[in-house]
Design a protein around this ligand. Structure first.
Ligand code: PMP
Length: 440
């Protein structure tokens, strides 16, 4: 009998007792390749010695000091590191304890910025359908996952909603990629106009959509167009890199590949690599300057912001990524995984699309490739595949109901950056067997 409120209230999950490198071990002694890094978290795998040592040093020194009294050297050093590697103009960091908290903080910072500069009439956010930004009420409000929002919708802030960049399903057969991008941007422009271009605070989106769509990047020109559109109306652009950021797609930040710099950017997951709960908001200097010159206070805060243990773990993770030059490795192993996924699944009638960047890959399941007809999510194929893959000794991240809350299944892969080619072979083989077994 468990007294923990688990996600499934009906059954207690397996008990994890250890981890080493890309593997996790359960209490029965079974080993699993952690091919989703949890949920794109464990970028260095498990029990990374440098990170463990940094955490031990920190716990011996100082575990907690409240930010209303003190800063800490470790938090300052982490902020310096993040700013030194941030997109252009991002000069300041606000630390939190995870992704949802980062999104909440970014939304509030954006709103406060406009209050400080004398535009309090800006009260709306615009975001995309089939997106995920977290589970707290503000983050859930901007998120577009119908299944997660369903029962809470009546108590959520009203958010302007536009289409995601979901080329596989939404680009028309007779439409060029350029025309598709232009259509998506025109819809955003129309939404800004509808709400009032001087009433919108910010547009929020994931540069590579993770949990809801399975590693989907926008077509070329989308983010530069979006940046220009936001600039035209003085609307802030918030990039949610909680899942796709911190090296997951082969550059430290996914927006680097889009050639733009957002006004605010949320990071979490890979920031601390799973060693500690940590997230952050990176902000353009002018936003922080406006708050500094205005009320002189960010009207927000949580008890654990800038936690020394979390900062120590994150700093160690980021130093290992830099020291071991893991970004080129992510690109090389990602290219290998892409090749192996195509080799294994191109002939499978139920694998409709394989997409991704770096070590962030999505596999979308369909009834048949020509019609692209999705399965009914009530069949829970994604969950069955996850269970079968676990039985085969591999962890992958499943999502269903991604199209409209009722249809669509995909599997997300986000293995540690240190995974070897032969381990990737095993991931593809075991996942392939799981898909074959479930869809036989
Ligand atoms: N934003 C994005 C893009 C995410 O993928 C997630 C988590 N999957 C979150 C926010 C929320 O992060 P957390 O679960 O750490 O609160």
């Amino acid at each position: 009998m468990s007294h923990v409120i688990h996600r499934s209230l009906a059954k207690v999950p397996l008990v994890a007792v250890g981890g080493k490198g890309v593997q996790l071990f359960d209490k029965a002694g079974k080993a699993y390749i952690d091919a989703s890094g949890g949920a794109a978290v464990s970028c260095l795998g498990h029990a990374q010695p440098d990170v463990m040592a940094a955490m031990h040093r920190q716990i011996d020194q100082l575990a907690y000091a409240h930010t209303s009294f003190f800063t800490t050297e470790v938090q300052e050093e982490l902020a310096d590191h993040l700013v030194a590697h941030a997109p252009a103009g991002m000069t300041d960091v606000y630390f939190v304890s995870g992704g949802s908290e980062a999104v909440e903080a970014a939304l509030k910072m954006a709103r406060q910025y406009f209050v400080e500069i004398g535009q309090p009439e800006r009260t709306h956010f615009v975001a995309r359908r089939q997106s995920y930004h977290g589970n707290t009420l503000g983050a859930l409000a901007v998120g577009g996952n119908e299944w997660r929002r369903k029962q809470f919708a009546p108590i959520l802030m009203d958010v302007g909603r536009v289409a995601p960049a979901y080329e596989y399903r939404d680009r028309r057969a007779d439409e060029s990629q350029q025309a598709y991008t232009a259509r998506l941007l025109a819809e955003i422009d129309a939404k800004f106009q509808e709400l009032g271009t001087d009433k919108v605070i910010a547009f929020v989106a994931e540069p590579v959509v993770g949990a809801t769509l399975g590693a989907i990047a926008a077509p070329a020109g989308y983010w530069t167009g979006l940046r220009a559109l936001c600039d035209r109306y003085g609307i802030l652009l918030i990039a949610d890199e909680v899942m796709c950021g911190m090296g997951r797609t082969g550059s430290l930040h996914a927006v680097e590949q889009e050639g733009i710099s957002p006004d605010l950017m949320t990071i979490a997951k890979g920031l601390g690599g799973g060693y500690q709960p940590i997230g952050a908001v990176l902000a353009q200097g002018r936003i922080v300057e406006a708050m500094r010159k205005g009320s002189g206070l960010f009207q927000h805060g949580h008890t654990y912001i800038g936690h020394p243990m979390a900062a120590a773990a994150a700093l160690a993770v980021q130093k290992v990524i830099q020291r071991d030059q893991l970004m080129p490795q992510v690109l090389a192993r990602g290219a290998y995984l892409q090749k192996q996924l195509h080799a294994r699944f191109d002939t499978n009638p139920h694998v409709g699309d394989i997409r991704g960047r770096g070590l962030f890959w999505g596999v979308e399941l369909v009834q048949d490739k020509d019609s692209k007809a999705p399965f009914d999510a009530a069949l829970k194929l994604h969950a069955q595949i996850k269970a079968q893959a676990m039985a085969n000794g591999v962890l992958c991240y499943p999502m269903g109901g991604t199209i409209d809350g009722k249809h669509g299944d995909h599997i997300l892969l986000a293995p540690p950056f240190i995974i070897s080619e032969s381990e990737l072979d095993q991931v593809v083989e075991r996942l392939g067997d799981a898909i074959d077994t479930v869809l036989a």
